[in-house]
Design a protein around this ligand. Structure first.
Ligand code: NAP
Length: 284
């Protein structure tokens, strides 16, 4: 789909790049010639991923242990990243998520999700942006991975929806503030992409599994990691140089299906022609 040197020479940091979608994006970036750094709290997971990705793609990948909730840890990570060369692209992907009734959440649980997603994305973005601006480095990109709930809200995952909406506001605000300095800010809004992390936290069997889920998606399937990784490659590439402040939804149409006519209209999507014939007035 892309030229194999699309991202040659680009130094890219993917937060939470040891697992799930972060890992898939890191893999695609490596395949396209980038020099990739992944961070997360569990260093053994990062090392294992780095080994596997290097074996598969032969690309250069570095790991840095970092809890993005801690400002000093983020600064130390950026110093480590910069020691290997200035960063070109930051991908804010690290996240935490809790499925729960909001009135029963502890303040600790709320702080944890806001800490990783809202504060962590802000700390990483500011730490990279400050270095870029002070060093006069242009043609830089911040790509943040959001959720559909950042646009619509979502019951039972309220801290995440709040935090991701904040990251969307950051993306749109900085597009204007940092655009003149040659820094683009963009976002991806993914629908359901199976990952061990998201599925273990958000898809208890009581929700009806993938079968119930795909009925809520017009394309009648979940997303494939390659599809998201391709979008993530395009948005950070020089070819997307005029895309700024945009949040691109990649969800098979799921967000649109739940709008408009509501639940009763949704059930009509699976009606047979006979069911439709039964409600249409007969022409005389
Ligand atoms: P995942 O595999 O659980 O990835 C989350 C990553 O974040 C992990 O590698 C984790 O590593 C890291 N992380 C968590 N807390 C951190 C912290 N305090 N500091 C640094 N790293 C931290 O989940 P995923 O499904 O791939 O999600 C990736 C992104 O896509 C998230 O932003 C998520 O909101 C978004 N998304 C996913 C879906 C989906 O269907 N999968 C849908 C919409 C949006 P450690 O635990 O080692 O720190």
């Amino acid at each position: 789909m892309f030229q194999s040197d699309l991202l040659k020479g680009k130094r890219i940091l993917v937060t939470g790049g040891g697992t799930g979608l972060g890992r898939s994006m890191a893999q695609r970036y490596l395949e396209l010639g980038a020099n990739v750094v992944i961070c997360g709290r569990r260093e053994e997971v990062l090392k294992q991923t780095a080994q596997e990705l290097t074996a598969e793609s032969g690309g250069a990948i570095e790991t840095v242990g970092c809890d993005v909730r801690i400002p000093d840890a983020v600064e130390a990570m950026m110093d480590t990243v910069w020691a290997g060369g200035p960063l070109d692209i930051l991908v804010n992907n690290a996240a935490g998520q809790i499925l729960a009734q909001t009135h029963r959440l502890s303040t600790r649980a709320i702080d944890s999700v806001l800490g990783i997603v809202l504060h962590g994305s802000a700390y990483c973005t500011v730490a990279a942006g400050r270095r870029w601006i002070e060093q006069g480095l242009r043609d830089r990109v911040v790509l943040s991975i959001l959720t559909v709930s950042s646009l619509t809200g979502a019951p039972f995952t309220v801290p995440s929806a709040m935090a991701k909406a904040g990251v969307l506001a950051m993306t749109r605000s900085l597009a204007v503030e940092w655009g003149p300095k040659g820094i683009r800010t963009c976002a991806i809004v993914p629908g359901p992409f199976p990952t061990e992390g998201a599925w273990s936290r958000l898809m208890p069997k009581e929700r009806g599994g993938n079968e119930a889920l795909v009925r809520t998606i017009p394309l009648r399937r979940v997303g494939e990691h390659d599809e998201l990784a391709n979008l993530a490659a395009y948005l950070v590439s020089d070819g997307a140089g005029f895309v700024n402040g945009e949040a691109v939804v990649i969800d098979g149409g799921k967000m649109l299906q739940s709008g408009g006519g509501g639940a009763s209209t949704q059930s009509m999507i699976d009606w047979t022609d006979e069911q439709w014939d039964a409600i249409r007035p007969k022409r005389k």
